[in-house]
Design a protein. Structure first.
Length: 328
């Protein structure tokens, strides 16, 4: 089993964006030493509790502070941007850090309608253009040595950033399969859609320049601790954070487990938390091993991209260390 990391640079209550970003870079160094396969950073906008708004900038910083772990985006919100400029950004990164850059892309609109218009400078772009944008991105990344393209994305380098499609449904899996792109399924967003999406991807994959065979991983919330009680206690912060995000609350900072345990919850809140727990695996090493092994068979993949949003950085590091110790 290969393990990877997705980090959203979430700001803990009472802390700062500086600390969140510093912790993200430190986590990359730690997980590299632990043997993790890749380290991706997210892109979020207009959310005061999430410092990760520019994956390209953060990727460069992290790659400079690490030696061999693959570093990438999870993911660039392509509908808001020019595929040409995205290709340029990541080809520069690949030239700086050869064979280490992953270009994860997603179809998400990036937030509220107002946020999306701010990203597109007021241009109302259709999400239906996403398949065409992905094809254009492929064209610019791969290049064409026969001079058929009127515009080339530079710099040209012997290695290429690897494109990954991030999806939470059958639709994303279908596009990734048709275009021959590696695929990440967001179990941490939509756990009920995964089996159908992954089955379709493997069955209908069309080889491209890279990869020439299906390549996929699963992104999931994981909190691992020495005891079930400790893991559950840490998870209360994630429960309340997801609840706040789901309600569209302005403050998206992650609160401490002590604060979370004192919150008065409505029946609707408790129902939402129960539903959200489907997006997570929480417990000891034994439970995590059992559940990830089950999901590995269900999804047909040998790589999990782990997202651990807890209040205290040391608890986060401990969770990743315990996870790395598991014999799958």
């Amino acid at each position: 089993m290969k393990l990877s990391v997705l980090d959203q640079s979430v700001i803990s209550s009472g802390s700062t964006a500086y600390t969140a970003l510093k912790n993200t870079a430190a986590l990359a160094q730690i997980t590299e030493q632990l043997g993790y396969e890749r380290f991706w950073v997210a892109e979020h906008h207009n959310a005061n509790g999430i410092a990760g708004t520019s994956p390209e900038v953060l990727i460069s910083h992290i790659a400079a502070k690490t030696k061999h772990i693959k570093v990438g985006s999870g993911g660039v919100l392509l509908p808001q941007y020019s595929p040409y400029k995205v290709a340029e950004n990541f080809k520069v990164l690949e030239a700086l850090y050869p064979n280490r850059i992953d270009l994860g892309i997603g179809r998400s609109p990036g937030g509220s309608p107002e946020t999306r218009l701010a990203l597109t400078d007021g241009l109302r772009k259709s999400l239906n253009e996403f398949p065409r944008q992905v094809q254009d991105l492929q064209k610019y990344i791969i290049g064409n040595d026969k001079g058929k393209n009127a515009v080339t994305a530079y710099p040209v380098h012997e290695s290429l950033p690897e494109i990954w499609m991030l999806g939470v449904s059958h639709r994303g899996a279908r596009l990734a399969a048709e275009l021959g792109i590696a695929f990440t399924f967001g179990h941490f967003i939509a756990p009920l859609n995964g089996k159908r999406a992954m089955d379709y991807y493997y069955k209908h994959f069309q080889p491209s320049v890279y990869p020439n065979k299906p390549k996929a991983n699963i992104c999931i919330f994981v909190i691992c601790a020495e005891t079930t009680e400790k893991a559950e206690f840490l998870a209360t912060s994630l429960d309340l954070w997801l609840l706040a995000l789901g309600k569209g609350e302005a403050n998206a900072e992650i609160i401490s487990p002590d604060q979370a345990s004192r919150k008065v919850l409505s029946q609707e809140d408790k129902k939402a938390i129960k539903e959200n727990r489907r997006r997570m695996v929480i417990g000891t090493k034994e439970l995590i091993r059992e559940e990830l092994s089950r999901l590995s068979k269900l999804y047909g993949t040998d790589e999990f991209m782990v997202l651990t949003n807890v209040y205290d950085f040391e608890d986060k590091v401990r969770s990743y260390k315990l996870l790395a110790e598991i014999d799958f």
